[in-house]
Ligand binder design. Structure first.
Ligand code: TYD
Ligand code: MG
Length: 452
């Protein structure tokens, strides 16, 4: 064995140093530099191709490059496929991050058990028995999914060579370790080395690999940021653990857009795909309540109707409170200022609370109008018509601004049985014969006239 070699890594950004120092010069974090034992690998473990096999890249013109579309692996999970941009790309590395207990293992095990391909599910966290218990809740009869409990990459590759799976799932990257590096599992150098070995394997055999990654307290994937640069796709699985809904979104995707969203519901028998989220995000009520308004938003290519709730009450303490859940608090303050200045509402001495139901986070400016409508409704203690919805941005001078793809929003509202939708007068709409009334407004006062 070669001489033990150590080096220093910043645990936050992964920068390597030859000696210890208090502050990382790259990311400016203090006390993040830690010594790790490494040993430079002479050669990597995933079989290095012999000289005759070795592929040598040659420059090609765009025309010469084979453009035949790579067939994607269909995961049979419509939400997962959508977020990936249509399925898993062969030879790609996908990283799935999320808080502990949110359902990462459940999601990937469930997908493995449905896949019609030979799948190897490697777990370094749970025993085969535990996985079987979980699998029994989901879908116990599957002949093509193999479970391996192993943490050493060299052993995993040995099993892969014997089994030749079509897809490999690793739960989780932080539990893996490679013989070539001496530091403990989960350290920066181990994560980097194991990922490099897996990338080499994926690219050389064209087998897709999906990794589960833990996230730290502040919501980043544990390990170096470089991990996110190394993989092709980074998915984030999020949601409030007290809510049943889970949202899957792509943070980075080399093969598709990052705007798509997958919605699941956690049930006793695993995660259920929610193909029509609008219906579950809007609560059905018998009586109309003040302070509720429905917004027609878009998440990626998919229209989504969400419910905005506002509560306006007289401030008990000196400084009024403003709080927003699922909506930008600065934007809320701006909308309140617009209401005060342009429509003459005295909200300066009132507490305003805003909530987007379903535990989701929205940054589509088109929900502005619904936010304003909910605030006005709560302020006046007048319920809005339950079958009204809103889709427009509100500008600083109180003008109602157009939003993108308004027709798609109108059609979704029509499909769900709304009777009227409020949009900007400046939106070009060429829809004809809609059963929904399209109410065009241009200023905030127009909205006030309708509500108050
Ligand atoms: P898990 O997949 O272990 O989370 P992670 O891998 O992200 O840490 O999810 C565990 C939670 O999911 C656990 O609290 C129980 C819940 N669960 C269900 O509600 N229904 C199910 O069918 C399964 C398998 C888990
Ligand atoms: Mg897990």
């Amino acid at each position: 064995m070669a001489k033990v070699k150590t080096t220093f890594f910043c645990q936050s950004c992964g920068t390597q140093y030859s000696k210890w120092q208090g502050q990382c010069t790259a990311c400016k974090e203090w006390n993040t530099i830690v010594e790790e034992v490494i040993q430079k690998p002479e050669k990597n473990d995933w079989k290095t191709p012999t000289n005759t096999q070795k592929r040598v890249s040659k420059p090609l013109t765009i025309k010469e490059i084979d453009s035949s579309k790579e067939a994607r692996l269909d995961t049979l999970d419509a939400e997962f496929n959508r977020v990936l941009g249509g399925g898993i790309v062969p030879g790609s590395l996908t990283l799935l991050g999320g808080e502990p207990g949110i359902g990462k293992s459940t999601l990937l095990l469930q997908i493995s058990l449905k896949l019609p391909y030979k799948t190897l599910y490697v777990s370094g966290e749970e025993s085969q028995k535990q996985i079987k218990m979980r699998a029994e809740r989901i879908n116990p009869d599957n002949e093509s999914c193999y479970i391996l409990t192993e943490t050493k990459t060299q052993n995993i590759f040995k099993q892969i060579e014997a089994l030749e799976p079509d897809i490999v799932i690793i739960d989780s990257i932080q539990t893996l370790h490679s013989d070539y590096i001496e530091s403990s599992s989960g350290s920066i150098s181990q994560i980097k080395e194991c990922t490099t070995e897996l990338i080499k394997f994926a690219k050389e055999t064209n087998t897709p690999v999906v990794l589960i990654g833990h996230i730290t307290k502040d919501g980043n994937i544990a390990g170096p940021k470089i991990l996110e640069h190394m993989v092709d796709t980074v998915l984030q699985f999020e949601g409030d653990r007290n809510h049943v809904f889970r949202i899957l979104r792509a943070q980075k995707n080399r093969f598709g857009s990052t705007h798509e969203l997958g919605i699941y519901e956690m049930q006793g028998s695993g995660l259920r795909e929610v193909s029509n989220p609008s219906e579950i995000l809007i609560s059905k009520k018998d009586e109309e309540l003040s302070g509720n308004a429905i917004a027609a938003t878009l998440e990626g290519m998919r229209p989504l109707m969400i419910e905005v709730q506002a509560l306006v009450s007289t401030a008990v303490y000196g400084t009024p409170q403003r709080s927003a859940t699922g909506f930008n608090a600065k934007r809320l303050n701006m909308l309140l200022a617009v209401l005060e200045k342009r429509a003459g509402f005295r909200l300066g001495a009132k507490d305003v609370f805003l909530n987007i139901t379903g535990g989701i986070n929205v940054d589509d400016p088109a929900i502005d109008l619904a936010v304003v409508a909910a605030i006005l409704s709560s302020n006046e203690d007048e319920a809005l018509q339950a079958n009204y919805c809103f889709a427009a941005e509100v500008g600083l001078s109180g003008e109602i601004r157009p939003v993108q793809r308004v027709e798609q929003r109108i059609l979704e509202a029509e499909k769900l049985g709304f009777s009227a939708i409020f949009v900007s007068k400046y939106n070009k709409i060429s829809l004809k014969d809609t059963s929904i009334k399209i109410q065009l407004i241009s200023k905030i006062e127009d909205l006030v006239n309708f509500i108050v």
